[in-house]
Design a protein around this ligand. Structure first.
Ligand SMILES: NC(=O)c1ccc[n+]([C@@H]2O[C@H](COP(=O)([O-])OP(=O)(O)OC[C@H]3O[C@@H](n4cnc5c(N)ncnc54)[C@H](O)[C@@H]3O)[C@@H](O)[C@H]2O)c1
Length: 366
């Protein structure tokens, strides 16, 4: 399996880049990275766990490595500064390169460092979680968190290339694997709205491939990554900076972010927050006449097949969740923007007045 997807952003010619997807050995990946960065100084940013697992085989020079501890709470201004200082100590110039090897945390942080170091330096993404492979490594959203909110400071800054190797996904623990799959399911519900020239029928493909998901079968992994990234590339090429269409990628995220925040990024991973956000928004869609019961049932059945069930929210302050939703970055002072499922695989943008009462409902309605 060896695929290439080109992300073309017409507004900025230099922001077009390839995504390589394959299952070759990790050692071969290192050779490719060495070739690609030949003659340049490098700063290689690893997530701690990935370094433990793959540091030896990737065998970068210790001097060029920065190891970022694991966890959402590492996407901080303090770590941003530490990495910038490392880049300065390596005397990186604008002609040099940063390589991010890890999940979305490392990717977001490295991308933001790259966007601001000397007003912009090349960076390469090597995503090692399913979530980073299907979503965060592509599209150029980079960010760090602030005490008042997640991804509060950041930039749109595209990588020069993305190298995806499905072998990394074999060592992901079950929780992280399932978290990434939450974003895959999201793509199944927005497929038609992505205006992609290809018809993938991701929803139907997922309905019949649970076994391959469980086995982490390479062909299955390459296929879902290929589909999600083609859909994302299609959206991002039409709207790089989220002025319009790109908002659809936020399906499930307004509720998901609130759930992540209220549980302090410990109980729920990002993808699991998103799946709960999908359950919430499908309930909203059904109750407010956006989608019919048949599609609602189909959506809940798919989430059930992959083992996502509405969790017990009894210990969660539901009122706080609803309040947090209203502080979402995509809203303004008076209105909240929700992305809502309507017809099969289609979503619509829906603005509601912030004074409007929102009800909390994630459970399946018979
Ligand atoms: N930029 C975007 O467009 C975008 C989109 C979605 C999410 N995000 C961001 O992505 C972050 C979440 O990313 P994530 O879910 O990848 O989590 P993560 O980066 O925290 O990684 C999860 C855990 O998996 C470990 N890990 C990574 N690769 C591994 C491997 N191959 N084997 C074993 N363990 C491995 C990591 O070390 C970490 O402990 C959030 O900060 C979110 O805001 C960004």
């Amino acid at each position: 399996m060896d695929l290439t997807i080109d992300v073309n952003i017409p507004q900025i010619e230099s922001s077009s880049y390839p995504i390589f997807i394959n299952d070759e050995t990790i050692a071969k990946l290192k050779e490719t990275l060495d070739e690609k960065t030949q003659g340049k100084k490098r700063l290689v940013i690893f997530s701690q766990k990935v370094y433990k697992l793959y540091g030896k085989i990737l065998n970068f020079d210790k001097k060029e490595i920065f190891i970022l501890k694991d966890g959402e709470n590492q996407k901080t201004l303090k770590n941003f500064q530490k990495i910038i200082e490392k880049a300065i100590s390596l005397q990186l110039s604008r002609k040099d390169v940063i390589i991010a090897i890890g999940g979305g945390v490392v990717g977001d942080m490295s991308g933001f460092v790259a966007s601001s170091y000397m007003r912009g330096i090349e960076y390469i993404q090597v995503p090692t979680t399913l979530l980073a492979c299907v979503d965060s490594s592509v599209g150029g959203k980079t960010a760090i968190d602030m005490p008042n909110g997640k991804n509060y400071v950041g930039a749109f800054y595209q990588p020069s290339a993305v190298y995806i190797n499905t072998n990394f996904l074999k060592t992901l623990d079950e929780k992280q694997y399932k978290s990434g799959f939450g974003e895959v399911i999201k793509y199944a519900f927005i497929e038609k709205s992505c205006n992609c020239s290809e018809n993938y029928n991701l929803l139907e493909y997922l309905q019949t491939n649970k076994e391959n998901y469980e086995k982490r079968e390479d062909e299955f992994l390459c296929k879902i990554i290929e589909i999600c990234l083609n859909l994302k590339a299609s959206v991002v090429s039409q709207d790089e900076k989220e002025a319009g269409l790109r908002k659809i990628l936020n399906l499930g995220h307004t509720f998901g972010h609130a759930i992540e925040e209220i549980t302090k990024y410990k109980r729920y991973t990002h993808g699991y927050g998103v799946v709960q956000g999908l359950m919430y928004i499908f309930n909203y869609a059904l109750n407010n006449g956006f989608c019919d019961k048949k599609y609602y049932d189909k959506a809940f059945t798919l989430m059930n097949i992959y083992g996502y069930h509405p969790d017990k929210f009894c210990f969660i302050n539901k009122k706080k969740v609803m309040q947090l939703m209203k502080t979402d970055k995509k809203s303004d002072s008076t209105t909240l923007t929700l992305i809502v499922p309507s017809q099969e695989k289609v979503v619509v943008e829906h603005k509601i007045d912030k004074t409007q009462e929102l009800t909390f409902s994630v459970n399946y309605q018979n």
